[in-house]
Design a protein around this ligand. Structure first.
Ligand code: CA
Ligand code: CA
Length: 381
């Protein structure tokens, strides 16, 4: 495993949102639907697994590295929570400083028009200090895609609920090339250290195998093969512009049915139909089981459609910081930051409720290119 040499990031002010400050808005409908469908499928899989332990390996247990601070993660929201969060974050935390300032730095982004109603979580500016991957972190997972084929010790090519469940009215069928190598279409190609996921219209002869979905595409997941809990996740990708192409780097809880918060982190979502913006989000469940989110956060950048860009997530027990091209853009803090192992997913969806339906202008093929995916753990200080 090689050490990544890179310049340290500058300390910059970034918009931050404090979870639970005033309660968050409801989820966008499509995420609710996705969640409900995924849970249903997961329940079915669990029931199946109970009957046949050979066919379903539960996610590998992760070392519990959470030195959960003395914060009460289930504390009811009240008017003091916001102040508490700020104070607790300042106390004993040498990497973060928060300036109490009601003015949000609007130059870093704005509410997504299609997201839920703007929430009333408190926003503030916070100073994010450098992430020095060379000095303070150790590389614990990396795929530079230098080989001739996918490394199935690192990646699954299916989601946990299997390829046949349609969520979000998405139009693609994710070919599980690991388990169906003779499917007839392989969405994954590797060339010169670049993995390309190619989405194409489903050929007639494969329609039945593809659950009659009109597109074929690919997904990568580290479920049961690699979990992370805190650290820095980064992917370098050339995102595809074009109608209906929905690229995502996201994370789900490794123990999806049994954990508090049931967190899911959308490190980066990209709609090729509005190619000059990227979206970050975090979702969790409150103590009543309602799914909450501080809201989808939009970062505008008119260079996104061209060339390679890095997207990253810094995750500590105290915060989530979302990065684009090594610059922190959005920070989430508070007592509902995930304190549990999660796994990593990369997907190229086509169509669905968040993007336009495919039509004759949808690129064929639509191609997401990935240079690398890396995960670093922070060294003990
Ligand atoms: Ca591109
Ligand atoms: Ca590479």
């Amino acid at each position: 495993m090689k050490i990544i040499s890179r310049p340290a990031l500058l300390s910059v002010a970034v918009s931050a949102v404090i979870l639970g400050a005033c309660g968050e808005s409801d989820l966008p409908e499509y995420h609710k639907q996705k969640l409900a469908e995924a849970e249903l499928a997961q329940d079915e899989r669990e029931a199946e697994a109970a009957n046949n332990e050979d066919t379903f390996a539960p996610a590998a247990a992760n070392e519990d590295t959470s030195e959960n601070t003395d914060e009460d993660t289930n504390e009811d929201v009240d008017e003091d929570t916001n102040e508490d969060a700020i104070e607790e974050n300042d106390d004993g935390d040498d990497t973060q400083a928060i300036e109490e300032d009601a003015d949000v730095d609007s130059s870093t982004g704005e509410e997504n028009e299609e997201a839920a109603e703007p929430d009333d979580s408190e926003e503030t500016n916070s100073v994010v200090q450098s992430v020095d991957l060379d000095a303070d972190y150790t590389l614990v997972f990396a795929d530079d895609f230098e080989g001739d084929s996918l490394d199935f010790t690192r990646w699954k090519t299916a989601l946990e609920w299997g390829p046949d469940l349609v969520v979000n009215q998405e139009e693609q069928y994710y070919v599980d090339i690991e388990n169906a190598p003779d499917f007839g279409y392989n969405p994954f190609t590797l060339n010169d250290g670049i993995l390309t996921i190619s989405a194409v219209p489903t050929p007639d002869e494969l329609a039945a195998s593809a659950n009659n979905q009109p597109w074929l595409s690919g997904v990568l997941s580290t479920a049961s093969r690699f979990d992370m809990q805190y650290g820095y996740l980064e992917a370098r990708m050339d995102l595809p512009a074009g109608r209906s192409l929905w690229s995502s780097l996201w994370m789900l809880s490794s123990d999806y049915n049994a954990t508090e918060l049931r967190p899911r982190i959308f490190v980066a979502e990209y709609d090729g139909g509005r190619a000059d913006a990227i979206f970050h989000n975090y979702q969790y469940e409150d103590s009543e089981g309602a799914v909450r989110s501080p809201g989808q956060f939009q970062v505008d950048d008119d260079s996104l459609a061209d060339g390679f860009h890095t997207v990253g997530l810094s995750w500590t027990p105290e915060d989530l910081i979302f990065y684009l091209n090594d610059q922190p853009r959005y920070r989430v803090i508070g007592d509902r930051i995930p304190q549990q192992a999660m796994y990593v997913i990369l997907s190229l969806a086509v169509g669905g409720v968040w993007v336009d339906d495919s039509d004759t202008t949808t690129p064929d093929p639509g191609q997401l290119q990935i240079d690398y995916v890396r995960v670093y753990e922070r060294n003990n200080n």
